[in-house]
Design a protein around this ligand. Structure first.
Ligand code: ADP
Ligand code: MG
Length: 453
């Protein structure tokens, strides 16, 4: 269970929960059923300090949506229950994967897409050396769709800003050209939409919806991995749009050549235009992100706190922003001074005793060696003993997942292996995780040990 949903059972906490449940009950009558189920029921109360009530939404999507559409209503109802005017502050639970609702036709309704696009635009994206090409290409797409960067394939590990850039393109195009048909869709939504249409015998209608787009933005296309029929449909639509001079932008968590269970012709089509990779940001960019996000959250943090957070949370920007949000919420809810010592305590709770120790490649390799009872030397050696190979693959997998380090760099760390054998190791683990329960347990245990859960 998400640790943020584990509340203590003190009378205060119980009372808060009861009050919030009463509010949910009232909202059940005020909000349409489907929306209540989707947006209100999943909320939890995190705490109340002075007149600020902090609510937790499972995932960023819900956070944006609730903040945008239900904040006023929640404030009204909560104020009544608490007998005083309260302000609502919605946080996203840090561990939950963001999952946007999907529509029957596999596309977002304009209202939902707008809510996301409004939050993510070019003004609140911090460019830096590790996302420069991605950022510039996205801007160009928004200025001149269907021109130089077509198709545009954007890839990178999770939490590095791919969805942000897609939404920024959408936002910009909607702003400058409100009539243009800009369609944002996830690979998951495309697949379920297509399969549902197939079942209903309505594929022509499904195709038409996509074909009518001027710009087609497809997020997380890796979801189509191994789905032959869906890939075929996707391939045709992709070609059709490109031939018609429409803009296509695709995002994935890996490069086209690493989409192993994609048909070769589709893989090569995907890399026929501009391909850009986003890597984890350098310290300066992280610092700028911390500054910007804390301002947005209504608290301008002292320089040393910004630096502490930026220097100590590596890898995903999502994790970094999560740390900023937790820090601000803690400061607001506990009235502690927002200083470095509070930042240290916040990170301590999130990542274990010293995030610098736990979140770098060297320490991950060390932890894997210790856990698998092999030496670090073994991991770097050419040994092909089954248990050593397995431990090495787990190390590759965790280093890549947690730090987002390049294949090349990981190869250097593990006995100067070439990047294809590193990718192979990564793939082995990621594809076996769902099938091999021992592996799943080990990787889970290591993640917890490292505080990267
Ligand atoms: P991805 O789609 O790659 O998994 P997201 O686009 O969802 O990642 O980004 C995760 C979070 O990090 C979002 O809140 C996003 O706004 C933020 N983010 C990522 N990169 C940047 C950046 N360069 N500047 C500002 N915010 C960023
Ligand atoms: Mg994304």
């Amino acid at each position: 269970m998400d640790d943020q949903f584990c509340f203590d059972d003190s009378p205060d906490a119980v009372l808060l929960r009861k009050r919030f449940e009463a509010v949910q009950k009232r909202l059940k009558d005020l909000v349409p059923r489907a929306q209540y189920e989707k947006f209100i029921r999943p909320l939890h109360i995190r705490g109340k300090e002075a007149h600020v009530v902090a609510l937790l939404a499972p995932g960023k999507f819900l956070q944006v949506w609730v903040q945008d559409k239900y904040k006023a209503l929640l404030e009204k109802e909560l104020s009544e229950v608490f007998g005083e005017p309260v302000e609502v502050y919605v946080e996203a639970s840090l561990h939950t994967r963001e999952e946007a609702p999907t529509e029957d036709e596999g596309v977002f309704t304009p209202a939902i897409a707008d809510a996301m696009a409004e939050q993510y635009n070019f003004n609140n994206f911090v460019p830096g050396p590790t996302n420069e090409l991605a950022y510039n290409a996205a801007r160009l797409v928004a200025e001149q769709p269907g021109d130089l960067c077509n198709p545009f394939f954007l890839h990178g590990k999770t939490g590095l800003g791919k969805t942000h850039l897609l939404c920024a393109i959408q936002y910009e195009l909607n702003r400058t050209n409100p009539k243009a048909n800009v369609r944002y869709q996830t690979g998951h939504a495309f697949t379920t939409g297509f399969l549902a249409a197939l079942e209903r015998g309505a594929t022509t209608q499904f195709k038409k919806t996509v074909e009518s787009s001027l710009v087609w933005l497809v997020d997380d296309v890796q979801f189509l991995d191994g789905k032959v029929r869906t890939q075929e449909e996707f391939f045709h639509l992709f070609n059709q749009l490109i031939h018609a001079g429409k803009q296509v932008v695709i995002c994935a968590d890996r490069a086209p050549r690493d989409l192993n269970r994609f048909e070769e012709r589709l893989r090569s089509r995907l890399e026929s235009g501009v391909v850009a990779e986003i890597l984890p940001p350098d310290t300066e960019t992280r610092l700028a992100i911390v500054r910007m996000r804390s301002e947005e959250l209504g608290m301008s943090l002292p320089d040393d706190v910004c630096e502490y957070l930026a220097y100590n949370v590596a890898g995903s920007v999502r994790t970094l922003i999560g740390a900023v949000k937790t820090f601000i919420a803690t400061a607001k809810l506990t009235r502690c001074r927002p200083d470095v010592s509070l930042a240290a305590r916040t990170l301590d709770q999130r990542f274990g005793s010293d995030p610098r120790q736990t979140l770098n490649a060297a320490n991950i390799i060390q932890a894997v060696a210790a856990y698998c009872s092999v030496s670090e030397e073994d991991l770097r050696s050419s040994s092909r003993k089954a248990w050593v190979t397995r431990a090495r693959h787990v190390a590759v997998y965790l280093v890549r997942e947690i730090t987002g380090e390049s294949w090349k760099r990981i190869g250097e760390r593990l006995g100067n292996r070439d990047h294809s054998s590193i990718i192979h190791g990564y793939e082995r683990i990621s594809s076996n995780l769902s099938k091999d329960s021992d592996l799943k347990r080990d990787v889970g245990a290591l993640r917890r040990t490292l505080g990267a859960d």
